[in-house]
Design a protein around this ligand. Structure first.
Ligand code: PLP
Length: 445
C-alpha cells in the first residue's frame, strides 16, 4: 500500500474497543489494516482521516446522487430543522413529496415513508403477504434487499453441482430463524421458465416476487425487458405481488427508476438512497388496493418516519432530479467513463464489458455480460480484486468487492474523469504485471 492509513488504523484499534469490528455496519469493515475512516466529503470527493483524497465511486453505496454536502439540499435540510423534527403527527410536506413520487413513478399510486431501504422492503413484503394471504416469497438469486430476516438468505452457487439439481439455499446471517427457510424461494434472473416452474409448484404459498432489475449488489447484472414482462404476467397468473426493489435504481437510472427505463409497472416498489441525497428516508409505494391494506390491519409506522430534516432533504433532492438535467449529466459521465476505461482495457487486450446503466455500472472481465448470478460466479474476477486496491492508492475509491457497481453523482466533473482515467491506466498496468509475475504463475500452479 502506497498511501498512509496510520490514522485510520489507529482509529480502528481505538474504535474496536467500543464498536464491534470498529464500525457501525459490517460492510464498512475491510480488515484491521484497510478499514477506512472518513473525515469529510464534498461533491464527488472524500477525505479520510489521514488526509488522503479520493474521487468516490461508492458514494455511500449509492445515496449520494448529487454529491456530498450538496448546498441546495443542505440548505433545505437546515430549513427542515426549523420545523421541529418528529411530532408523532404528520405534516403537509409528506403529501407534497408523495405526490411528486407518484408523478415521477406511475406505479406509485400511493406512498408510505420509512427511514431505510430495509424498512421499505420489509413493509412491501408484509403488504404483499396480507394482500395475497400467502406467506412465502421469491428472491432473485444474487439479490440483496437489506438486513432483515426474510431476505438474509442466498443460494450457494460456489459449492453447487448442476447435476445435483437446484443450488442449496443457505442462511446469510447467524441468528436468522431457520423456520423462515421454508418461506424463501429463489430463481435465477432472466429465466422465466424457472420462475414459471416455481410458481406452478408453489404458487399457492408464494405471495411476493422480489426483484431488483439492475442488480445493484451483483455487478449491475440486468434483467431483460422480455423477462420482466414475462415475470409480470406470471405474477398476475399466480396471484403474486411483483415487488420491484428500486432502493438503488430509484430516481437514479431514470426519473421513474428502472420501471421507466424498461417500460413496465410493478405492483409495489421500494425507494431509498437517491431520494434524499444521503438523508435517511425511504418509501414503499404502489397500487392503491395493496397500499390500502394499512387501513385493513397491516401495521406500518415508526417513530422517526418523515423526520422534518430528512423529508425536507428528499423534497429538494427529488425536485432537482425531476426538474433539472442532473440525471442526464450523471448518465453521460458514466458512459464517458466507461468508454475511457474500455479504451485502456482494449489497449491491453483485456476482454471486458459493462453491465447495468451509466449511473451505476458493473465492470465484468469477459466478452459478454453475465445474465444472472450463476454466470457471475463462473467469471474471473481476480483482475478486479487485484486492481481495486491500486485504484485506492491512486485516489480512486471504488468498492473492493467487484459485485458493487461504480456509482456516479452529479458532482463528478471532467477533472474527476481525467484523474480517474489516469489512475485506471496505471492500476490496470500494475495489476497485469502482478498477475503475470513468476510469483503469480507459481501460485496458480
Ligand atoms: N434493497 C436494495 C436493492 C439495496 O441495495 C439495499 C441496500 O444497499 C437495501 C434494500 C437496504 O437498504 P438500507 O441499507 O437502507 O437498509
Amino acid at each position: 500500500m502506497r498511501r498512509s492509513l496510520e490514522r485510520s488504523n489507529a482509529q480502528y484499534r481505538k474504535a474496536s474497543a467500543r464498536l464491534p469490528m470498529g464500525v457501525s455496519s459490517n460492510f464498512r469493515y475491510w480488515g484491521a489494516k484497510k478499514t477506512l475512516y472518513a473525515d469529510h466529503g464534498r461533491g464527488a470527493r472524500l477525505w479520510d482521516l489521514d488526509g488522503n483524497e479520493y474521487i468516490d465511486y461508492r458514494l455511500g453505496y449509492g445515496p449520494c446522487i448529487l454529491g456530498y454536502a450538496d448546498p441546495r439540499v443542505d440548505e433545505a435540510a437546515r430549513q427542515g430543522i426549523t420545523v421541529g423534527g418528529v411530532f408523532a403527527l404528520s405534516t403537509e410536506l409528506e403529501y407534497e413529496v408523495a405526490s411528486r413520487i407518484s408523478r415521477m413513478v406511475p406505479a406509485a399510486e400511493m406512498v408510505r415513508f420509512s427511514n431505510s431501504g430495509t424498512e421499505a422492503v420489509m413493509a412491501a413484503l408484509r403488504l404483499a403477504r396480507a394482500y395475497t394471504r400467502k406467506d412465502s416469497h421469491v428472491i432473485v438469486e444474487g439479490g440483496y434487499h437489506g438486513v432483515f430476516d426474510s431476505v438474509l438468505w442466498y443460494t450457494n452457487i460456489e459449492d453447487w453441482d448442476e447435476a445435483d439439481g437446484e443450488p442449496q439455499v443457505e442462511v446469510d446471517s447467524k441468528g436468522v430463524p431457520k423456520l423462515l427457510r421454508k418461506l424463501t424461494h429463489f430463481t435465477p434472473l432472466n429465466d422465466a421458465n424457472h420462475l414459471e416452474d416455481l410458481l406452478r409448484r408453489h404458487g399457492n404459498e408464494i405471495g411476493a416476487f422480489l426483484i431488483e432489475p439492475i442488480m445493484g449488489n451483483c455487478c449491475s447484472i440486468t434483467a431483460t425487458r422480455e423477462y420482466l414482462l414475462a415475470a409480470r404476467e406470471l405474477c398476475e397468473k399466480y396471484n403474486v405481488i411483483m415487488i420491484v426493489d428500486e432502493v438503488k435504481t430509484g430516481f437514479r437510472v431514470a426519473r421513474g427508476g428502472v420501471q421507466e427505463l424498461m417500460g413496465f409497472k410493478s405492483d409495489l416498489c421500494t425507494f431509498a438512497k437517491a431520494m434524499g441525497n444521503g438523508y435517511p428516508i425511504s418509501a414503499v409505494a404502489g397500487r392503491k388496493d395493496i397500499m390500502m391494506q394499512v387501513a385493513n390491519g397491516v401495521t406500518h409506522g415508526g417513530t422517526y418516519t418523515c423526520h422534518s430534516v430528512a423529508l425536507a432533504a428528499a423534497n429538494k433532492t427529488l425536485e432537482i432530479l425531476d426538474e433539472t438535467p442532473a440525471l442526464e449529466t450523471i448518465a453521460k459521465y458514466g458512459d464517458e467513463l466507461n468508454a475511457g476505461r474500455s479504451r485502456i482495457l482494449n489497449d491491453h487486450g483485456i476482454d471486458h464489458c459493462f453491465t447495468g446503466h451509466g449511473s451505476m455500472s458493473g465492470l465484468f472481465f469477459s466478452e459478454s455480460a453475465p445474465t444472472n448470478y450463476r454466470d457471475w460466479l463462473n467469471s474471473d474476477y481476480t483482475f478486479y480484486d487485484t486492481m481495486a486496491p491500486r485504484l485506492h492508492d491512486y485516489g480512486i475509491l471504488c468498492e473492493p468487492d467487484s459485485r458493487e457497481p461504480w456509482f456516479i453523482c452529479e458532482a463528478h466533473d471532467q477533472a474527476c474523469m481525467q484523474q480517474t482515467l489516469t489512475a485506471f491506466e496505471k492500476a490496470v498496468g500494475e495489476a497485469l504485471e502482478e498477475l503475470n509475475s513468476p510469483k503469480a504463475a507459481q501460485a496458480a500452479g
